[in-house]
Write a protein that binds this ligand. Structure first.
Ligand code: ATR
Length: 276
């Protein structure tokens, strides 16, 4: 039987541990398939999608910076991808249509939001940093929980304004003002690529914040970004994106293979070993 091929497209990709995750499960569930990194420029996206049409590739994940840019190349955008206009999982359906779905929303919900008390959560003031593809997933998940106060801040304000068009009740904070705004919020969620392996990190440091603040970073590699370390030193509760990464992968694996893979300790240990 011919080996099935999967992969992840993005740039840069050196941080991605998706191959470790999916190849672990392929082996565990005895599926003849492999998963690799596909570092691609924007003008190569069409060619990669054509490979899926020709069944040379069975499916791909999409990461920074193509979660939105890939949409025009797809035939169908479904479920959370439709709600967020952000795609991280692609495959060919039974009618030979290229489908774009989103498993980041599920990942964020199960790694973070569903672990918190709903009645408490609804009252929280949440500051979301960034305005990329994953930001849309995070804001959509927060919206589903009916959080009353969501702030967004992004270096390029235009992109935050675009997100506000989709979610009008969010409030935009100037990027220059985030370190002041932090005083007032209960949860900060970093959805930018600042601090990711191979990327630059925050220049700003948050000086004023509640002692009960929770800092959530969607980045999982490195396990501790500079910002996360800073907060940890100040005894602030911090969480990285490792669980979100594993949960989004679990749903993607299900969409591709119709098997819901187990999240066992062996897998988590294997991934942690590969982190920077
Ligand atoms: P994705 O769609 O996969 O989330 P993206 O659209 O490239 O990827 O999003 C990356 C996010 O990190 C953006 O919010 C980006 O800010 P800009 O919209 O201003 O580009 C943010 N980001 C990346 N590098 C940054 C930096 N040096 N300073 C501030 N924000 C940065």
């Amino acid at each position: 039987m011919i080996e099935k091929k999967y992969g992840i497209i993005g740039k840069p990709l050196s941080h991605s541990l998706s191959p470790t995750l999916h190849n672990f499960w392929f082996k565990k569930y005895k599926i003849n398939a492999s998963y690799s990194l596909i570092e691609a420029e924007v003008d190569q996206i069409e060619n990669i999608i054509n490979k899926i049409k020709k069944k040379e590739l069975q499916g791909i994940n999409v990461t920074v910076p193509y979660k939105q840019a890939i949409i025009p190349f797809l035939d169908l955008i479904i479920n959370d991808a439709k709600e967020t206009s952000s795609v991280n999982t692609i495959y060919l359906n039974d009618e030979d249509k290229i489908v774009g779905d989103n498993t980041d929303v599920y990942g964020f919900e199960w790694a973070f939001l569903n672990k918190l008390n709903n009645n408490d959560l609804i009252e929280k003031k949440i500051l979301v940093l960034g305005a990329g593809g994953v930001t849309l997933s995070v804001i959509f998940a927060l919206t589903k929980k009916r959080i009353k106060k969501i702030f967004i801040s992004n270096r390029t304000i235009k992109k935050a304004e675009e997100i506000k068009k989709k979610f009008p009740y969010i409030e935009i904070i100037f990027w220059e003002d985030i370190t002041d705004k932090s005083e007032d919020v209960d949860i900060i969620i970093n959805t930018t690529s600042l601090g990711m392996k191979g990327e630059s990190d925050f220049k700003e440091v948050f000086k004023k914040f509640k002692s009960s603040l929770v800092y959530y970073d969607v980045i999982y590699n490195p396990a501790e970004t500079k910002m996360l370390k800073e907060f940890k030193k100040k005894k602030i509760k911090t969480l990285n994106g490792l669980e979100m990464f594993i949960y989004q992968g679990q749903k993607t694996f299900f969409l591709w293979n119709k098997i819901n893979p187990e999240l066992d300790e062996e897998l988590k240990k294997k991934i942690i070993l590969e982190l920077r």
